[in-house]
Design a protein around this ligand. Structure first.
Ligand code: ARG
Length: 461
C-alpha cells in the first residue's frame, strides 16, 4: 500500500491504493498542463453555486480567493504537488481545502471529476485550436508569398514522379496553400466543436440534484450552451477526435511538403536550397547539409495519425458513460498538440528561408517531352480525333527517345514517319505550354493569378 496521504475518495476505502495501482491510475503528469482551465472551471462553478444560493456568499468568496491564490502559486511554479494528487483536479481541490478549509470542501457540490475533466479539456483544446489555426494560416501565407515571387518560374509538373507537363512554381506552391486553407478551416471547425456544448453540470453521469444554472457556467467558460445530455457530456470525446482528425490531415499535408523539399534539395534535383537555420551538418561528412526539418515534417505524420486512431480506439466500444479508459484520451491529444506546436513554427521558418532555383527548374523543362500533350491538343484543334493525335505523338516521342533528344528537336524525317510531316507545328516550349492552360485552376498565368488572389481571400476569411 502507498501511504502517500489522503485521497479525495478515501472514505469508502479501508486502505490506500497499491503503489503499482497508483502509478497506473494517476494522470497528474499528463493533465497538470490544464491547471488554468481547471481553476477557471472551478471559479465558474463556485460563482454559479453562490449565485443560485447553493453556497453562501462567504463560502463563495473563500473559494474564489483560494483558487486565485492557487493560480498564483502555479504561475510562480511553487505549487507543491503531493504524492496523493492523482490528477490536476484533485491537486487543486486538495490545496483549496488547505487554504479555505470547509469552504474548499464545498466546492465539489453538484460536480464530478467526470464533468470537470470533460469541461477542462474542451476549454484547453478550443484555444489550442485557435492558436494552431493561426499558425497554419501563417504557413499558408508564407507559401503564397513565395508563389507571388514565382509566377513566371516554370518547372516540370509530375505524375508518378515522371515529368508530365510544365507548371508554374506559383501553381505548385499554391496547391499546398490550398491544403493549408482547408486545414485551417478544419481546426476552426474543431474549435467550434469544442465550444458547442459545455459538459459541466452533467455531474458524474445523471445530472445534478441541486438547482444549478448550467447556462451561467457554460457562458462564463466560453461555451455556446450547456450540453443537452449528461451521459453524452461526460462520455463523449468527439471534439477531441475532430481536432485529431484535423491534425492528422494537416500532418499528411506537411509530410508531403516535407518530402518534396527533401527531394528538391537533393543535388540530383537542386530545385531548392534550404537555409542553414533549418538544416544540419553531418558529424562525419563535412560537405553535408541535411534537410532535417523537412524530413521530420515527413515523419511526424506517423504520430499524428496514430494519435487520431489511438483516441478513437480508446473510445470505441466503451459503454456509457464515463470510464477510466477516457483518461487515456489526453495522451493522444497532447502528443498531437505538442507535435504541431513544434512542427508548425519550424515549417514556417523553413519555408521563409527556402530559395528556389528558377534556372534549374527551367532547365528541367527543356529538351524533353513536356509538350507532348500540347502537340496532341494542337492536332485536335486541327480536327484530328484525340486518340489518333495521341497515337501519332506517341510514335514521334518514341523516335525522339531512340535518337536521344527531346520533342523540340524532332527532325522532318521523324515527323514524317510519325505521320506528322504535313502538320504546321506549334511552339513546343514550356512557356507556350503553360500559357495554353486557360482553364480555371490551371497553370496559365491568368488562372494562377486568379487563384493566388482567391487563396488570399480564403485565408482572410
Ligand atoms: N483523471 C481523470 C481523467 O482524466 C479525471 C476523472 C476521474 N473520474 C473518476 N470518476 N475517477 O479522466
Amino acid at each position: 500500500m502507498s501511504d502517500d496521504g489522503v485521497r479525495l475518495w478515501g472514505g469508502r476505502f479501508a486502505g490506500g491504493p497499491a503503489e503499482a495501482f497508483a502509478a497506473l491510475n494517476d494522470s497528474l503528469s499528463v493533465d497538470r498542463r490544464m491547471w488554468r482551465e481547471d481553476i477557471a472551471g472551478s471559479r465558474a462553478h463556485a460563482r454559479m453555486l453562490t449565485a443560485t444560493g447553493v453556497l453562501s456568499a462567504e463560502d463563495g468568496r473563500a473559494i474564489d480567493g483560494g483558487l486565485c491564490a492557487i493560480a498564483r502559486e502555479m504561475e510562480a511554479g511553487d505549487f507543491a504537488f503531493q504524492p496523493s494528487d492523482e490528477d490536476i483536479h484533485t491537486a487543486v481541490e486538495r490545496r483549496l481545502t488547505e487554504i479555505a478549509g470547509d469552504a474548499g470542501r464545498r466546492l465539489h457540490t453538484g460536480r464530478s471529476r467526470n464533468d470537470q475533466v470533460a469541461t477542462d479539456v474542451l476549454v484547453y483544446l478550443a484555444s489550442t485550436c485557435d492558436g494552431q489555426a493561426r499558425l497554419v494560416a501563417r504557413l499558408a501565407a508564407v507559401l503564397l508569398d513565395a508563389a507571388d515571387a514565382h509566377v513566371d518560374t516554370l518547372l516540370p509538373g509530375y505524375t508518378h514522379l515522371q515529368r508530365a507537363q510544365p507548371v508554374r512554381l506559383a501553381h505548385h506552391l499554391a496547391a499546398y496553400a490550398w491544403m493549408l486553407v482547408r486545414d485551417r478551416d478544419r481546426l476552426a471547425w474543431a474549435a467550434g466543436a469544442c465550444r458547442a456544448f459545455c459538459p459541466l453540470g452533467s455531474g458524474a453521469l445523471a445530472g445534478v440534484g441541486f438547482p444549478i444554472d448550467r447556462g451561467m457556467t457554460a457562458a462564463e467558460l466560453g461555451f455556446d450552451r450547456p450540453g443537452p445530455n449528461s451521459l453524452d457530456g461526460v462520455g463523449s470525446r468527439d471534439a477531441l477526435a475532430d481536432y485529431l482528425h484535423a491534425a492528422a490531415t494537416l500532418g499528411v499535408h506537411l509530410s508531403r511538403l516535407g518530402q518534396e523539399l527533401v527531394l528538391w534539395s537533393s543535388e540530383e534535383v537542386g530545385f531548392v536550397e534550404l537555409s542553414d537555420a533549418f538544416t544540419s551538418g553531418s558529424s562525419m561528412l563535412p560537405q553535408k547539409k541535411n534537410p532535417d526539418a523537412a524530413e521530420l515534417a515527413r515523419a511526424k505524420v506517423a504520430r499524428l495519425v496514430a494519435d487520431y486512431s489511438g483516441l478513437q480506439g480508446v473510445v470505441a466500444g466503451l459503454p456509457l458513460a464515463y470510464n477510466k479508459d477516457l483518461q487515456e484520451d489526453k495522451h493522444f491529444l497532447f502528443d498531437a498538440v505538442d507535435t504541431l506546436d513544434l512542427l508548425l513554427p519550424a515549417m514556417i521558418g523553413m519555408m521563409e528561408g527556402a530559395r528556389f532555383d528558377a534556372g534549374r527548374m527551367g532547365a528541367a523543362t527543356e529538351d524533353g517531352f513536356l509538350a507532348a500533350t500540347d502537340l496532341a491538343d494542337h492536332l485536335v484543334r486541327l480536327g484530328w480525333p484525340f486518340r489518333r493525335a495521341h497515337e501519332a505523338v506517341g510514335a514521334l516521342v518514341r523516335a525522339c527517345v531512340d535518337a536521344g533528344h527531346g520533342l523540340e528537336r524532332a527532325t522532318p524525317d521523324q515527323l514524317a514517319s510519325a505521320g506528322l510531316g504535313d502538320v504546321d507545328l506549334p511552339e513546343m516550349t514550356a512557356a507556350a505550354s503553360v500559357e495554353a492552360k486557360l482553364s480555371t485552376g490551371g497553370t496559365g498565368r491568368a488562372a494562377v493569378l486568379d487563384q493566388l488572389a482567391a487563396a488570399r481571400v480564403a485565408l482572410a476569411g
